[in-house]
Write a protein that binds this ligand. Structure first.
Ligand code: NA7
Length: 536
């Protein structure tokens, strides 16, 4: 890593070399001929998948849909091996993309942004990295992901622990040998539910500490046969059309039928079939699951019964199925033998609702119910989602920092721009569908919109585009309104609201109005001469 003293002058600086950063680089540099660089903290491409290499890590979206759609050749030449890709395969894919589109010369790896200032005299962003390297760019585009800043709980005594501890989102690259170890896993979100079965296989003993019981549906991962792959490729266009025109970017349509309009016998048959199919598609079993509590209860009851059927120990089954929120109102996990794992002799569940953690000491975890001696603690405790990675870059606009602008929670226009921060674009930022959708589809939509916007600004002979305070206030209101029409904001401890991070303002962050509606809103704004933006 070399430190240069000269400031690198660019048209655009992109932060992050995951799915978003790579595609944005390809669009602006390869297709538009602008001068662009990507700054990336890791030593390779991959973003989320570079950091999340915990045992059992796997994408919840299906491989043939968790990829770019912008290049037919890329779709045609790439072969996925499983229904859900793991980190190694996704990293191979992104490395292939970096090579195929000749992106590597423009990647500045091992470099972390320390601060970004908008200079009003030059109308440019001045960006400084921790290693002293500096950039000056007309446009600053954050491609930092929504789930990149680890949430490590502040539990008394962690420093006294004599064993090793890890957060799943910062897993050592070479893995951790858990054989013979007594392992504590704290957290039972999507990550913990993926990790527990794999840790249980490797470790001498696993104790899972559950604060909030969670629904999960079998992922039903499997190897893809040549026949399935060929079929997916033959139908790529129609599959992509579905992904691009529905609410969530997945390759399926939501059943238009309401659970409440369906006879009990038929409803159970549809749930059984969805359970057998597995995966996030279970959410699409009926149209009213996320808008009507009574409808949601029918799905919730179905899953709770499944948990009780699988888990043999009645007390453990009761704790695992004692779920306090509607199904799908928190991010619904999918699993490979999660509930079955609790039937193993070497796995225990600690229900923190009954016996909360008191402290960590030299030898393990003390709860109000007893002491659990362990060698390793795995924190599957999630992320400072959506805003954490943006705020830690110390971004300062015309008058204030982003931290000050967002002191009451994130506010922006279209999830893309913040008033007072000209020429700053946030790919899959708060206020956009992002985490409620299949991410690569949302990413492509954002990258393509930002590229069109930059084209239009430059074609108009302008240097700056900035949203107005009014447009921002209107969008924030709309984001709240569409969220409030669903059950999503009713869960008060969800990371969608920022409630998992102590002190974080609680605002429902993602756009719940659907990717299809969102895409239309963004396109309409551009077509109508960038309504809500000022070009100068
Ligand atoms: P999540 O979904 O935020 O889950 C974190 C889990 O950790 C969840 O069970 C939390 O319980 C638990 N947690 C957090 N802090 C604590 C403390 N202090 N004590 C005990 N338990 C705690 O993160 P994931 O990594 O699983 O998933 C994030 C996303 O990544 C996922 O949605 C996919 O999009 C991919 P809680 O429910 O808050 O009571």
């Amino acid at each position: 890593m070399s430190q240069s003293t000269a400031t690198v002058e660019l048209d655009a600086l992109i932060v992050g070399a995951g799915f978003s950063g790579l595609y944005q680089l390809h669009m602006l540099r390869n297709l538009r001929g602008l001068s662009v660089r990507v700054v990336e903290a890791g030593d390779s491409v991959g973003g989320t998948w570079y950091w999340n290499r915990y045992p059992g890590a796997r994408c919840d979206s299906e491989s043939h849909a968790y990829c770019y759609t912008f290049s037919k050749e890329l779709t045609e030449e790439w072969d996925w091996s499983e229904r859900y890709p793991g980190p190694d395969e996704i990293l191979r894919y992104l490395n292939h993309v970096a090579d195929r589109f000749e992106l590597r010369p423009w990647l500045d790896l091992n470099r972390t942004v320390q601060s970004a200032r908008f200079d009003q005299d030059s109308n440019r962003w001045q960006v400084e990295c921790k290693d002293g390297n500096r950039y000056s760019a007309q446009f600053l585009i954050t491609a930092v992901g929504c789930l990149s800043t680890a949430n490590i709980p502040d539990i008394e005594g962690l420093d006294d622990f004599s064993g090793q501890w890890y957060h799943t989102g910062q897993w050592p690259r070479d893995g951790v040998d858990l054989s013979g170890c007594r392992v504590a896993q704290v957290g039972t979100g999507s990550t913990g539910i993926q990790a527990a079965p794999v840790i249980a296989e490797a470790a001498a003993h696993l104790t899972v500490f559950q604060r909030t019981a969670n629904y999960s549906v079998p992922a039903r991962n499997c190897a893809l046969t040549d026949e399935v792959r060929q079929q997916q490729k033959r139908n790529a266009e129609s599959i992509q059309q579905v992904m691009h025109s529905n609410t969530n970017g997945h390759p399926w349509k939501i059943n238009p039928q309401n659970a409440l309009d369906t006879a009990e016998h038929d409803r159970q048959a549809i749930y059984e079939q969805s359970w057998e199919t597995g995966g996030l598609k279970f959410r699409a079993a009926f149209a009213d699951l996320l808008t009507d509590n009574t409808a949601n209860d029918t799905a919730a009851t179905f899953i709770r019964n499944k948990i009780r059927q699988v888990v043999k120990d009645p007390e453990t089954a009761a704790s695992l199925s004692n779920i306090d929120h509607p199904y799908g109102a928190k991010r619904p996990p999918i699993d490979t033998h999660y509930f079955e794992t609790f039937n193993r002799d070497n796995v225990d569940l600690v229900d923190l609702k009954k016996t909360p953690i008191v402290k960590i000491d030299r030898d393990g975890i003390q709860t109000s119910g007893g002491h659990h001696a362990v060698d390793v603690i795995v924190f599957a405790t999630g992320f400072d989602a959506m805003t954490g990675s943006l705020l830690r870059m110390d971004i300062r606009g015309r008058e204030k920092s982003l931290a000050d602008a967002w002191v009451a929670g994130p506010s922006n226009y279209l999830g893309l721009q913040v008033a007072g921060f000209p020429n700053l674009f946030t790919i899959t930022g708060p206020g956009s569908p992002s985490v409620l959708s299949n991410m690569p589809v949302s990413i492509e939509q954002h990258v393509e919109w930002i590229t069109r916007c930059i084209d239009d600004v430059l074609a108009a002979g302008k240097t700056c585009i900035e949203c107005t305070e009014d447009a921002m206030a209107g969008w924030v209101q709309h984001v709240n309104d569409v969220a409030n029409a669903t059950l999503l904001p009713t869960v008060k401890h969800s990371w969608y609201l920022g409630a998992n991070v102590p002190g974080k303002p609680q605002v429902f962050m993602p756009y719940a109005g659907g990717l299809d509606q969102y895409r239309k809103a963004c396109n309409d704004v551009a077509t109508n001469g960038y309504e809500g933006f000022t070009l100068s």
